[in-house]
Write a protein that binds this ligand. Sequence first.
Ligand code: G1P
Length: 304
Amino acid sequence: MSTTPIRTAVIPAAGLGTRILPFTKAVPKEMLPIGDMPVIEHTVRELVASGITDIIIVVSGRKDLVQQHFRPDEDLLLQLTTAGKDELAAAVRAVVDLNARISWVYQDGPYGNGTPIVNAASRFGDEPVMVLWPDDVFVSKVPRAQQLVDAYAITGAPVLALMPMNPADAPRYGVPIVKEDQGGGRLLVSGLVEKPKVEDAPSAYAAIGGYVITPPIIAELERQTHRWHEHRNGEVYLTDAINAYAATSPVFGQVLEGTWWDTGSRLDYLKAQIAAAFAHREFGPELRRFAFDLGAHADPEATI
Ligand code: G1P
């Protein structure tokens, strides 16, 4: 099938990060470090590596640090180069020279997770877009975003990123209703049940905050924004729009290859830090030895 290429991504980064307070009282959750970079830079780099050239980041107040991170800083570069710290200057430049255009949309509050997409919609045309939450860390041979691009090239229809989940985690995620397994990890789905009780989960997969959405789903989000503006404070959820669309048209899930941590959960955030440390290009082998040693001699009474 020949499909319109995906060149735009929206990253909703307007949320308060309440699940990991008090970390996020002063530092936006998108700026928490994983390995050598803030978690949102992993997301941005993943998009760039998957051929996305336009990245729209939707922010609210309290997110200045996110903008500052990606903004050119000539003053800092001058100080570093004058001090002969060329390697550090190159590292600072690399955050800005990304082979993609980053633009910003400001919204005046957190709202539901569909609202940032509606607010970004005037920046792109009648085309499919990728939506990625900025608080997931995904480690894989083929980037998560590329796996979604590849799935869309086959289906030409909306695609949800899925991962097998521990059934006990169902109440934390959107869980897809699977209609048909088409092979290659591709599932035809008839919708998502948002945060079901363990016994009500319709499958053993979690939607992990990666989506290819198409113009009819944007239109549905806009419809819901107008309809609910008065009595739901403008809150619109992507799952509702996907479900409305899936009632009449095909929607697919792609079970991704890789390992995933949801850094919006405190435990997963710590696990992601350990995993990133072990996978670190320079220090990984040393850190694995260190952790092995630490585990062998850890004092079970000691806590932090
Ligand atoms: C959102 C989605 C949910 C998905 C989750 C992944 O929920 O609504 O379907 O499983 O992201 O992180 P939230 O975490 O925003 O409550």
